[in-house]
Design a protein around this ligand. Structure first.
Ligand code: DC
Length: 239
């Protein structure tokens, strides 16, 4: 199934829990763009150098797997054997990931990797273009949304847990800019698929949203109760 929506709409938390209850794999595609942004910035590649970014994207030695450390992470993210799980969650990478993801060459290079994961069978994939581009045939498509203010408050809480303090106004401005960039790029913009079900998460608990999504899965394909509680995180092999 596909779960799309803007930053802070709850995709990661909800997606991981829905996958666990469905006994499915979970894969958060934002990780791929974030890791590319981190590697590119470490190599001094500017976010507008589409060719060099695509080259890095084609050879990204990324590994995503079940969490090996009990520090609040939903999964491990390794690149070139290095644990970058938290490094890719900095405010700087939030912005850079959105910037590197606008280039068609980059998206093409990363599409293959995402489709390989989608072929793994039962998978819950979260992102911006999963229902429209990566898995257009997914039997269930969810579009998660929440107001800008609510998303900013969630983001502020998440950052605070990691000791990063940012004023709410700065987070609102950053999210608005990211929404605009992600939704207006020419290739695979953030957009709800025509057959997606919209789930508004404003004022709802994670459990309420998870239950709503599972009810939609049951209605759409009657597969919500198979193999529950046996999920894991999709493992991405290095190229
Ligand atoms: O979901 P996220 O906040 O981790 O995503 C970070 C950035 O990656 C997002 O601003 C745009 C890009 N992205 C994308 O273009 N397509 C996806 N399917 C997932 C993320």
């Amino acid at each position: 199934m596909a779960i799309d929506g803007p930053a802070g709409s709850g995709k990661s938390t909800v997606g991981a829990e829905v996958a666990r209850r469905l006994g499915a794999l979970y894969f958060d595609t934002g990780v791929v763009y974030r890791t590319l942004a981190l590697v590119a910035s470490e190599r001094g590649i500017p976010p507008d150098d589409a060719e060099r970014l695509a080259e890095v994207a084609r050879t990204l030695a990324l590994r995503v797997g079940p969490p090996s450390v009990d520090d609040g992470r939903l999964y491990d993210v390794y690149v070139d054997g290095r644990d970058v799980t938290w490094e890719i969650r900095s405010p700087e990478i939030d912005k850079l990931a959105s910037q590197v993801s606008v280039h068609p060459q980059v998206r093409r290079a990363l599409l293959r990797l995402q489709r390989e994961i989608a072929r793994n069978g039962r998978v819950v994939m979260a992102g911006r273009d999963i229902g429209t581009v990566v898995m257009p045939d997914a039997p269930v498509k969810i579009w998660l949304q929440a107001s800008l203010e609510e998303r900013a408050r969630r983001r502020q809480r998440d950052l605070a847990k990691r000791g990063i303090v940012q004023p709410l106004e700065a987070i609102v401005a950053e999210l608005a800019e990211r929404d605009r960039r992600d939704a207006t790029r020419a290739t695979a913009p953030m957009r709800q698929a025509e057959d997606a079900v919209i789930v508004d998460t404003d004022g709802k608990s994670i459990e309420e949203v998870v239950e709503t999504v599972l009810a939609i899965v049951r209605e759409r394909c009657g597969c919500a109760d198979h193999g529950a509680d046996s999920s894991s995180v999709a493992t991405v092999p290095s190229p």
